[in-house]
Each structure stands twice: as C-alpha cells, then as structure tokens.
Unconditional design. Structure first.
Length: 234
C-alpha cells in the first residue's frame, strides 16, 4: 500500500471510538502475551512477548515519568509525503532485545490507526519486510489498511500484531495471566479483573475464532473478582 499517496478517509464517530478504546486498552493490565503503556491521548505502546517463555519487562514508574516528560517535547514530523512519527522515548524501547515493541497511534490527520515498529530487531516481526524500510514509516498491516472496509476495531490490530510477533502464534492473543491478577491485593484484583472482563466481553460478542478461550478467561476472572469482593466486604 502506498501510504504517501493515500488520501485520509474521515469518519469522526469512528475516530472518537478508536481514541476512547485506546485509553481503555492502555489502562488494562494482566495479559499473558503483551503489556501496554498509554502515551498521551493518541498513542499506545504495545510490548509483545516473542515466545511463551518470555516475560514482558514491566513499565516502571521511572519509565512512565520519562515518557510523560518527553511527551511534551516529542515531535511528529512528515518527511515529504510519507507519514512518520518521532519521539525521544523510542530509544528506550529499542533497548529491550527480548520483546517486540510497537507504537499504536490514532492521529486525527490520518483518519485511522497506524502502527510503527519501535524495536531494533524488526526482522523478528513475521510477515513483513519492515526491517528493510524506514522506521518512520508505519507497518503495512491488513487490519490498518482495511480499517474502514471491514469495520475493524483496535483490538483487531492488536490481535494481528501479537500473532505476527509471538512464536508460535497464540490460540488466544488476549489470554489473561490469571496468576498476575489473583496475587494482587483484593481491592486491586477487583478493579483489574472488572476492567478485563468488560473488555473481553466486547471481544467475545464479536465471535472470534478463539471465543471459547475468551469465555473461559471471563468466567475465571468473574470467580476471582466475586471471591475477593466477598472477602473485601467482610
């Protein structure tokens, strides 16, 4: 797809929905295959584990502070006609050699979400020759190219990114790390489990191929949440 020649298609309602979804997804914690970090109202860092044996490095408070401080001075530029994004914090993401980090952004001027690779080891991102391309160019994904035609959602893009990054591709890209939720203090477990349940229910109702696995995680999270709620209210 020639991004530089494509006229942005505008749908204010869908753009507003995508921005709202970005904020929701950025606040979710506890997925098995990826972690997220919200960077402003238009940008989300997605850190994907590249194999079942890997663990995402947690976004520490110092990194969160650095991201917020750098956001004010970050610059989005357009070289020629090619869409690009630059941010000093991208260098921090490159230092992680174990995981795939991407920037998922919903910029109003582009009319749809796009994904930029932010890991040095781009050759490990299956199904794309992005490693040979300019890092300022967005990755060519079916889910971003067909955003309007197929009425896709942000989680469809995340699903594709996870499936292209993890070896082997997971049966359920949105599998929950139940242990990371159940080991939290009761009040935090209730909040995190409730947020995950709400998000997973939306995915389940879209009837993906992994709907059974999603429903299983929803049921488990509900049991954990209700148990902790009972203990918390004693």
């Amino acid at each position: 797809m020639a991004y530089s020649q494509q006229q942005p298609q505008q749908d204010p309602a869908r753009l507003a929905t995508a921005l709202a979804d970005l904020v929701v997804i950025g606040g979710l914690k506890g997925f098995k295959h990826f972690d997220t970090c919200l960077r402003g109202r238009e940008e989300l860092i997605l850190q994907v584990k590249t194999s079942a044996s890997q663990k995402c490095l947690p976004f520490s408070n110092s990194v969160d502070i650095a991201l917020s401080q750098r956001q004010a001075s970050s610059r989005r530029v357009q070289k020629g006609n090619a869409m690009s994004v630059q941010s000093p914090s991208d260098q921090d993401l490159e230092n992680d050699s174990q995981n795939i980090s991407v920037l998922l952004a919903v910029y109003a001027r582009y009319g749809r979400p796009y994904v930029w690779l932010r890991s040095k080891h781009g050759q490990r991102f299956r199904g794309t020759d992005h490693a040979q391309e300019d890092d300022s160019m967005p990755i060519q994904l079916d889910t971003t190219a067909q955003w309007f035609e197929k009425n896709l959602a942000l989680h469809d893009i995340i699903e594709q990114v996870v499936s292209m990054s993890v070896q082997p591709p997971p049966a359920n890209p949105f599998a929950v790390d139940i242990g990371s939720i159940s080991n939290l203090p009761p009040e935090e477990t209730i909040i995190r489990a409730g947020a995950l349940i709400s998000f997973l229910q939306k995915i389940y109702h879209r009837d993906p191929s992994y709907a059974t696995e999603v429903l299983s995680d929803i049921s488990t999270l509900q049991r954990i949440m209700f148990t902790d709620m009972h203990e918390f209210l004693k």
